[in-house]
Design a protein around this ligand. Structure first.
Ligand code: NOJ
Length: 728
């Protein structure tokens, strides 16, 4: 291969408008394809368009090397499943794997080789809009999800029919950015990086993920697109990752804005950090030919590379691209996926989407009102009662809102008759904020009717009904990329609606359709039933209707802590103890907030109710490491229930501060009424040990002898404990 051909392989472009088979055309992409200057394309919207690009690429390349095709398949492809954060709330890895496998089959049938998923950024700050795409706040849960999704996408072989290559993203600590602002930087202890943010990537790599995408943020002063120590040393040498690393969208170019130096410096920093492909910016394409001739001396950036070193870096990256292509079968036959592919049966996907939506929704409160009788005279009120587009959630780039069945349709289907419905966009948020939030689109278009008018009508409808189903939340554009908010809370106009509805005395079933954990406020705490339904995909409302009417049993558990107040964030269940805990020695001088109202309570990580009732026995432990622990659970209720039994650990004495408790393992069991089960866990050294890390290089994983407390229960708060002496 010539130098130019090798550099061309590193260029990763967006499809834009696409191409038509057999067409000429001189779009910038078409021109590049003719020159053989593209290695891969993402965002092709059809197999025909991908085929047209492949034809040009193969013709344009002297050696006939084909492109590979990628897409943002984040929570389903054509069949849109619940948001990733919602699916995480199912705690059901078989379900997670099944949704990924279905998405893979749909994507492969359209000629795609790679999906930009799973997104496995630990997200502990609900201000950050990309919580929606995340597996939630916990590294153990996220690690299981990473592995399940990689299995679902890739199966045993990502090149097999119906499979695609997974891409773990965003490497790393994108969820830890400052103040929840998107694209900002992360400064965190190395212990936290190693113990919280990196483990899901280790699990994804262990599951065989074929590729990784770098994150936009800096980690401890160094932007990830220039972080050789994390990419080349930790990921490749440390974890044995042998696949492809791609940049994020113009991530190489953005090193300049980060302050690392001009284009040539950015290119060398990224290439030597191990970024094999440059997405969209074309900085590799523009700079590498010259750099490969002359090298680079940039003392102001502390950089000195010879032309020979640049050529070696180009070869290294090119080899990785070609190895990926070989693994995906592109070198054998660039058109293999571009013939008559068969997509999986749509009906199966729709049924899976409905089940996934029911399993992802979390029942937070039920004062005996649910499940509803199908004959109950219900009224539907709230801004999302008749909504379709928002149910898809963020990053559903290939979804179609016309395929979504609204809550109204779903409820009417079950109830078998028309139900009164009062909706209106003006209560979603303050109008100025709706306008501001709509920068990405117009899913919430303000309507003529003032909010007060809608509230009055909603009150009248609720007052005349036996039960009011209240559909609240946020629009899909309000949670996602570049959609950070200052106050992750139910907006004031929706709280006003809820307050007015509470006055009617009609029992309220409140549904929250959202992309992030929102502080719901005191009104929601008075609802007779409360379900966190997230943005549930094409069958989100049907899944919720199934729960409301008892056609499906609630089993979801929060994968993120729900704040009591928006000012509490960031927050999560495994915070470290302080020297002045609450309750502790002091009334006044303690950790906490003066203005957090008394009794304000969110919902803890792992929390979720069912329609059954499960009693937990005390945990019994034996051994000194590994430790075997058993807990007996019994369904004392009248209906079957799927229970997620959770095991947390704490280490009361350690060399550094450790989380007050952390999730070690969990197991789902389904219990018939009156049935009991004994759930056994093994506490391993890996679960107990922790990192001491003055730097990445000096990081050491230790486990000390002494007391370990094991906590078992239905969520991270309501647990029973037993202590063991760890000697393992
Ligand atoms: C930017 C996003 O950060 C990333 O998640 C996505 O895969 C790329 N754009 C490509 O669309």
């Amino acid at each position: 291969m010539t130098l130019a051909e090798r550099i061309g392989q590193l260029n990763l472009l967006a499809a834009g408008e696409g191409l038509a088979t057999g067409a000429g055309g001189d779009s910038p992409l078409a021109k590049r394809l003719d020159e053989g200057m593209v290695g891969a394309v993402f965002g092709t919207k059809s197999r025909a368009s991908a085929r047209a690009m492949q034809e040009r690429a193969v013709k344009g390349s002297r050696l006939g090397i084909g492109l590979f095709f990628a897409e943002d398949v984040i929570h389903g492809h054509r069949t849109v499943f619940p948001l990733p954060v919602a699916l995480a709330c199912s705690w059901n890895m078989d379900l997670v794997e099944e949704t990924a496998a279905f998405a893979a089959a749909e994507a492969a049938a359209e000629g795609l080789h790679q999906v930009y998923s799973p997104m496995i950024d630990i997200a502990r700050d609900p201000r950050w809009g990309r919580v929606a795409e995340s597996p939630g706040e916990d590294p153990v849960l996220a690690g299981r999800i990473a592995a399940a999704m990689v299995r679902g996408y890739q199966g045993d072989d990502p090149a097999a029919p119906g499979r695609v290559a997974a891409c773990l993203k965003h490497f790393v600590a994108y969820g830890a950015t400052q103040s929840g602002r998107d694209y900002d930087n992360a400064s965190l202890a190395w212990e936290e990086l190693l113990g919280v943010y990196l483990p899901p990537f280790a699990d994804g790599v262990a599951a065989g993920a074929a590729s990784v995408m770098a994150a936009f943020n800096a980690v401890n002063k160094l932007p990830m697109h220039a972080h050789r120590e994390l990419i080349e040393d930790w990921l490749r040498r440390g974890e044995g990752f042998g696949g492809l690393v791609v940049s994020d969208y113009t991530g190489v170019m953005e090193l300049t804005a980060h302050g690392l130096g001009p284009r040539e410096v950015a290119v060398i920093r990224a290439l030597s950090a191990g970024i094999d492909m440059d997405m969209v910016g074309e900085d590799y394409l523009a700079s590498l030919p010259g750099l490969a001739e002359a090298g680079l001396s940039a003392p102001e950036a502390g950089l000195e590379v010879s032309a020979g070193e640049v050529r070696e870096l180009i070869d290294r990256a090119c080899l990785r691209v070609l190895t990926f292509k070989a693994r995906m079968g592109v070198l054998d036959d660039p058109f293999a996926r571009l013939g008559e592919g068969t997509a999986p049966a749509r009906a199966a996907g729709v049924a899976l989407a409905q089940r996934a939506a029911a399993e992802s929704a979390v029942l937070l409160r039920n004062e005996g009102v649910l499940p509803l009788a199908e004959t109950a005279r219900v009224a539907l009120v709230g801004p999302f009662a008749e909504d379709c587009a928002n149910m898809l959630g963020t990053w559903a780039v290939s979804g179609d809102a016309r395929e979504v069945c609204s809550l109204r349709e779903a409820v009417e289907r079950v109830a078998g008759r028309a139900v009164p419905c009062v909706t209106g966009a003006n209560v979603v948020a303050e109008p100025w904020l709706i306008d501001r939030l709509n920068v990405h689109g117009t899913t919430v278009a303000l309507d003529e009717r003032p909010a007060e008018e809608m509230i009055a009508e909603a009150v009248a409808a609720a007052g005349a009904a036996e039960v009011a189903i209240v559909a609240l939340g946020e629009a899909k554009e309000h949670a996602g990329e570049s959609s950070s908010v200052l106050a992750p809370a139910l907006p004031a106009p929706q709280r006003a609606l809820l307050a007015a509805l509470l006055e009617t005395g009609t029992p309220l079933v409140v549904l929250i359709f959202a992309g992030r954990p929102l502080a719901l406020g005191p009104e929601a705490a008075q609802a007779d039933a409360l379900i966190y339904a997230w943005h549930g995909g094409i069958r989100g409302p049907d899944g919720v209707a199934d729960l409301i009417y008892g056609r499906a049993a609630p089993s979801g558990r929060l994968a993120v802590t729900l704040p009591a107040h928006p000012g509490q964030v960031p927050l999560h269940h495994s915070e470290e103890p302080t020297g002045r805990p609450d309750p502790g020695r002091f009334q006044k001088f303690r950790t906490g907030w003066l203005d957090l109202p008394d009794g304000a309570a969110g919902f803890p990580f792992g929390f979720g109710l069912g329609y059954g009732k499960v009693a937990y026995g005390a945990p019994q432990a034996r051994g000194t490491g590994p430790v075997e622990v058993e807990v007996t659970v019994r369904n004392t209720g009248k209906v079957a229930q799927t229970e997620t039994v959770q095991l947390y650990l704490s280490d009361p004495v350690a060399r550094i501060t450790r989380p007050a408790r952390w999730l070690a393992d969990f197991r789902r069991v389904t219990l018939a009424p009156g049935e009991s089960a004994t759930v056994a866990f093994t506490v391993t050294r890996e679960m107990v040990s922790y990192w001491i890390a003055p730097s990445l290089e000096e990081a050491e994983r230790v486990s000390d002898p002494g007391e370990i407390v094991l906590h078992t229960g239905p969520n991270s708060r309501d647990t029973q404990s037993v202590s063991v002496t760890w000697r393992g």
